[in-house]
Design a protein around this ligand. Structure first.
Ligand code: SF4
Ligand code: SF4
Length: 436
């Protein structure tokens, strides 16, 4: 049965968030093609539809039709297009299903068109037509309804935390409370990616061990601990603001002075760098990623890494939102180099690094699984070329995708978060809770 979409009668109904920056991007592309090969989708599948500039053009053709004189009256001359079923299907498939919003194309664009921002504007338009893929929207709905995107019940979270606390107490041979919850007035409120209590509880224990070694005063909140914000990917700015506000309110309620964000690239970006825009306010507390916090402990001598460095070969995967968008580039490298003598970079890496293929909400959209695994070939090849036995990444979203790449492309490597490799290499003085 043919689906009915409300079609716009005027530019306001169209729903593109048009401001001066957006107008500039709509008029800037010089069709040089330099962005093509930067995109995993085009690089692997060699289908012109996946060229970043083509995604921009989809949105720009609508913009021209509704916002320019020539496009309104002479659409055939300007390449302006009407919004119809075919256009909406194409936009949903390409803007949701063929963009990880990694931003690598921006680095290669000859004039700096912010292509993922244009993709996000197109997604925002689709939000208004209820065209967000249901798989992705259900993740946002779970966060809005339950407070975390996996709808984990509080008693299940508490069970997992208590199990991890026992394991850590056994490892360290101490009987202190090691994973404090809901304690007001602590210096740090630490967040979690819900994937941790659900699938990777050892990474919670790893960060708890680091906090213990550093003598940190910290707590988790059982009410609001989810670092993720998938509404950032659906481009529903009201829902993104609601999710961000809950964490900001929890910081105030628990009177913590610094919010330390769990290892999650998009969650870090959505809260630390984007939320003040959604919320139209500056935070009255500090916000730090866990990479920055671990680095600070190391540099201030609050934690000590075993100087008998491992010979094992480590490589690093750069989460796009943390590295390219957030500018947290060098600290994780210094931390890893303190742990192993044998660190090898992927080529390219850092701000020019390739996405793992799981960003932009792709991991949540199962209908695009096949496409997601195809584009992951680039990351699989990069990992193989390093000869590494362990891939470290400070992002649970990337961990999920890398675990799947590891299995799909039979790489035979270990995938670990930064906190996990740091915790493994820590020297801890258990007599007073501080490091050696
Ligand atoms: S943001 Fe990444 S996935 Fe999206 S078009 Fe650009 S390079 Fe491709
Ligand atoms: S690199 Fe920039 S200007 Fe060139 S085609 Fe791509 S989007 Fe357009």
């Amino acid at each position: 049965m043919k689906k009915e979409y409300p079609l716009p009668h005027n530019d306001k109904e169209l729903g593109l968030p048009v401001d001066m920056r957006f107008r500039t991007w709509m008029n800037s592309c010089v069709h040089c093609g330099l962005c093509s090969d930067s995109c995993l989708y085009y690089r692997v599948m060699q289908d012109d539809r996946f060229i970043p500039a083509r995604k921009v053009e989809l949105v720009a053709s609508l913009y021209r039709r509704h916002y320019t004189f020539a496009g309104r009256y002479l659409p055939w001359l300007t390449g302006a297009r009407d919004l119809d079923d075919k256009m909406l299907e194409e936009m949903t498939d390409l803007l949701f299903g063929a963009c990880t919003m990694c931003g690598r194309c921006v680095v290669h664009c000859s004039i700096g068109v912010d292509i993922p921002a244009v993709v996000r504007a197109g997604r925002a338009m689709l939000v208004q037509r209820d065209l967000v893929p249901a798989t992705l929207q259900s993740t946002v709905d779970a966060a809005l309804k339950s407070g975390n995107n996996m709808a984990i019940a509080t008693e299940d979270l508490l069970d997992t935390l208590s199990w991890m606390e026992e394991e850590l107490a056994d490892e360290l041979g101490v009987d202190h409370p090691l994973i404090p919850v809901d304690q007001p007035g602590k210096r740090v409120l630490y967040t979690l990616n819900p994937r941790e209590p659900m699938f990777y509880p050892l990474s919670i224990a790893a960060m708890a061990k680091i906090f213990y070694a550093a003598g940190e005063e910290w707590t988790l909140s059982t009410k609001m601990y989810d670092v993720t914000n998938y509404a950032f990917f659906t481009a529903n700015f009201d829902e993104a603001a609601t999710i961000a506000l809950r964490l900001a309110d929890e910081m105030i309620r628990l009177q913590a002075s610094c919010c330390v964000l769990a290892e999650c690239g998009h969650g870090s970006r959505a809260f630390r760098w984007e939320a003040p825009n959604y919320l139209k306010q500056h935070f009255v507390f500090d916000v730090e990623t866990s990479v920055e916090r671990i680095y600070r402990y190391l540099k201030e001598g609050k934690i000590t890494i075993n100087p008998e460095k491992t010979e094992e070969r480590y490589t690093l995967h750069d989460p796009c939102n943390l590295v390219r968008s957030g500018g947290v580039i060098h600290r994780q490298r210094e931390i890893i180099q303190a742990i192993t003598k044998n660190f090898v970079e992927m080529t390219p890496c850092g701000t020019d690094g390739f996405c793992c293929g799981g960003g932009g909400g792709q991991l949540a959209m199962s209908e695009y699984n096949e496409r997601r695994m195809k584009i992951a070939q680039v990351k699989a090849d990069q990992i193989k070329q390093t000869g590494a036995t362990t891939v470290v990444t400070p992002c649970h979203n990337c961990v999920d995708q890398l675990v799947q790449i590891n299995s799909h492309y039979r790489l035979g490597v270990q995938i670990k978060t930064l906190a996990e490799v740091v915790a493994d290499a820590l020297l801890v003085d258990t007599s007073n809770g501080n490091n050696v």
